[in-house]
Design a protein around this ligand. Structure first.
Ligand code: NAD
Ligand code: TYD
Length: 356
């Protein structure tokens, strides 16, 4: 199989590219990525020399480029058009979507429509839209999102992802286009960009900086290891029914403050395990409650019984081992996040956090 992966230089996309090349040695992958602030070719060092992997820098809004990749005439396609597309490319951070909704509409909505339009003319027989549980909005203290839950997004990010999902659905209904949608809960794991909660807390703590917790810290997220998300997309690619939506979750709900405390305690304990120098004060003393995010969704929780039953998927990681492994990864890959945190990201951080 030849797959066009978009956004493969980001967090989940790069984990997926490594996953697919490792698990399916005969498959070929073209990774189309614009390399925005969140795209990083360092994430793909392990596969850059793999003969089955090709990188193309480009925008999903560039219909001409995509058409040449899909008809095989682009040199990267080598006269062999991809038959599957997995669309990870997106602006992905809720806080940035509050600052600049337009870039989210451009990439997430228009970009998806351009991809769909190009793909429906070619030989693609599978298009997976990588979406999010955030399209369902927010839950109260009980209940779960199922695939039938009405879409009710609250942030510009989730609204733009919802717009894309509705276009994907419409192309299936109107043109019989072979699309599928996955909606996953919050991911964590290696190569997670340090603007998101878990890597932000780990890396700030390692630098002795304040650990910002929004509002009262009681918001709940359902965390899934990125490799388990990749395994779910792999299952949908091979066994999913076109026209269907699959929810993916970890059945692993945590209040933000509890997860931040847990990371602090792990950081106090891991240096001993890894033989690294240890700070003196307990890491929890760095926690700082800051102004809440506007429109902050209170709780997400996913019912993933459909993908479990129909595609025989279930998560393999326990949160305990996954989080320990993730903390260790950030402790052993300081150069990776140091480089990010000293670049463009620094300005964003100052803008977003100094006013809270
Ligand atoms: P990310 O921000 O780490 O990566 C996004 C990638 O897309 C980057 O490499 C970026 O360069 C690329 N990109 C952005 N705009 C582009 C454009 N116009 N053309 C081509 N490439 C472009 O995001 P992520 O966390 O890896 O998320 C990947 C996908 O999964 C997104 O669609 C997101 O909505 C979805 N998702 C994320 C989570 C999560 O917890 N991170 C959960 C569920 C779903
Ligand atoms: P985030 O990782 O941005 O993912 P999402 O908003 O898409 O779920 O945030 C996860 C949760 O952590 C969310 O409730 C907001 C909260 N949060 C903080 O408390 N402090 C922070 O600095 C960040 C980035 C997030």
């Amino acid at each position: 199989m030849k797959i066009l992966v978009t956004g493969g230089a980001g967090f989940i996309g790069s984990n997926f590219v490594r996953h697919i090349l490792r698990e399916h040695p005969g498959y070929k992958v073209i990774n189309l990525d614009k390399l925005t602030y969140a795209g990083n070719l360092e994430n793909l060092k392990e596969v850059e020399k793999n003969p089955n992997y090709t990188f193309v820098q480009g925008d999903i809004l560039d219909g001409k480029l995509i058409s040449t990749l899909l008809d095989g005439t682009h040199p990267a396609a080598n006269n062999q058009p991809p038959t599957a597309i997995i669309n990870f490319a997106a602006e992905s951070h809720v806080d940035r979507s509050i600052e600049d909704p337009a870039s989210f509409v451009k990439t997430n909505v228009l970009g998806t429509q351009v991809l769909l339009d190009c793909a429906k003319k070619g030989t693609v027989d599978r298009f997976i839209q990588v979406s999010t549980d955030e399209v369902y909005g927010s839950l109260g203290a009980t209940g779960y999102f199922t695939e039938e839950t009405p879409l009710a997004p609250n942030s510009p990010y989730s609204a733009s992802k919802t717009g894309a999902d509705l276009l994907v659905r419409a192309y299936h209904e109107t043109f019989g286009f072979p699309s599928l949608i996955t909606r996953c809960s919050n991911n964590y794991g290696p190569y997670h960009f340090p603007e998101k909660l878990i890597p932000l807390i780990i890396t700030n703590a390692l630098e002795g900086k304040p650990l910002p917790v929004y509002g009262d810290g009681q918001n709940v997220r359902d965390w899934l290891h990125v490799e388990d998300h990749c395994r779910a997309i792999d299952a949908v690619l091979h066994k999913g029914m076109t026209g269907e939506v699959y929810n993916i979750g970890g059945n692993n709900e945590w209040k933000n403050i509890d997860i931040v405390n847990l990371i602090c305690d792990l950081l106090d304990e891991r240096p001993k395990v890894l033989g690294q120098p240890q700070g003196t004060a307990p890491t929890r003393s760095l926690i700082k409650f800051v102004k809440d995010r506007p429109g902050h969704d209170r709780r997400y929780a996913i019912d993933s019984s459909k993908i479990k039953k129909e595609l025989a998927w279930s998560p393999r990681y326990t949160f305990e081992e996954g989080l320990k492994e993730t903390v260790d990864w950030y402790m052993s890959n300081r150069e990776w996040w140091h480089r990010i945190k000293s670049g463009e990201y620094k300005e964003y951080y100052e803008r977003n956090y100094l006013r809270r």
